[in-house]
Design a protein around this ligand. Sequence first.
Ligand code: NAP
Length: 321
Amino acid sequence: DNDLVRKDFIMLMYDIVIIGAGTAGMSAAIYGVRSGKKVLLLEEKNYGGQIVNTPEVENYPGIIKTSGFEFATNLFNQAKSLGAEIKYEKAVEIKNNGVLKEVVTNKETYETKAIIIATGAKNRSLKLDKEKELIGSGVSYCATCDGMFFRGRDVAVVGGGNTALEDAMFLSNYCNKVYIIHRRDKLRGEEKIAKAISEKDNIEMVWNSNVVKLIGDDKVEGITVKNSVDGSEKDIQVSGLFIAVGQEPDNYDFEEVVELDDKGYVIAGEDCKTESKGIFTAGDCRTKNVRQLTTAASDGAVAAIGACEYIDSELDTKNTK
Ligand code: NAP
C-alpha cells in the first residue's frame, strides 16, 4: 500500500507546471525540459493558442513564411519530443504552499516546485444578448475558420484594429458584401491594410457605430447598429457577424496567488516573475507593451530559465528535495 501511495505521489510531482500551451507555454516547456526538469503542460482546449487562427505568419525572425497552424504544430512536436508532458485539463486553482505548490485542475491536483502561468488571452466579446447562443449560427470570432460558410452572403465585421481589417479583406474574397462596424471615425489598424480596404468595392465602412442587437432567433439574420454621434439606429441584414474587438486575459482563477492589473493581466516585468516566489508568467497574459509571437516565445524562455534558477538555487539551498 505504501508503495502505491508513493508511486502516485511521484507520478503527480513535477518541477515545473506550465498553465497554457500557446507559444509562450510551449516555448517555456522546451527550455524547462532542456534544463533537465520534469515539465507538465496543462491545456484547457487545443495546443497552439491564438496563432493557430492566423493564416500567414511572416514576422517571426528566421521563418520567412509559415501558417499559424504549422508553426504551432512544430512547436508542440518540438516540446513533446524533448520530453514535455501534456495533459488536456483546465487549471482552476493554484495553491501556493511555499516550497511545494499545487495546481488543481478539473480532474487532478499536481504538486510542483515552480509554476508558469501562460494562459494567453481570448477574444473579447461584445456582451450582446444571444451572442453566446449564436456562436456557430452566424456569430464568429475567427474569419479564417468560418469565413467559407458565408460564401456569397453579406456579413459584418466589428472592430477597427488589424484583426478586423484582415478579417474584412479575407471575407471580401468570398462574401457578397462586407460591412466594417467601427465605434470611432478613425481606424486603429495599419495604414497599408486600411488603403487596401478602401480600394475594395464590396467593403463598406460604418463609422462611429456600435452593434447593439443581434437579429434572428436560431441564426443571425441581421444586426442593429447605433450611431454614437447622432444616436440614430439602423438595421443591417447580414448572415454573419465576425467580432474582432481585441483580446482579454482570463486569470481570475489565480488572483489569490498573483496580482492582476485592472484589466486582469498578471503583473510582472520583463523577468516574468510574479510577486509570489516560484510563480512566473509568460506571454500575452502578463502586463506588457508588445504582444507578439516573438515576445511570447521570448517570455517562455525567460520564465523557464527563471523557474530553473529558482528550483536549482533557492530551493536546493533550503535542502527541500
Ligand atoms: P486591437 O488592436 O486591440 O483592436 C481592437 C479594435 O476593437 C479597436 O479598433 C477597438 O476600438 C475595437 N473595440 C474594442 N472593444 C470594443 C467594443 N467593446 N466595442 C466595439 N469595438 C471595440 O486588437 P486586434 O485587432 O485583435 O489586434 C491585436 C494586436 O495584434 C495588435 O497589436 C495588432 O496590431 C496585432 N495584429 C497584427 C497583425 C499583423 O501584423 N498582420 C494582424 C492582426 C493583429 P478603438 O480603436 O476605438 O479602441
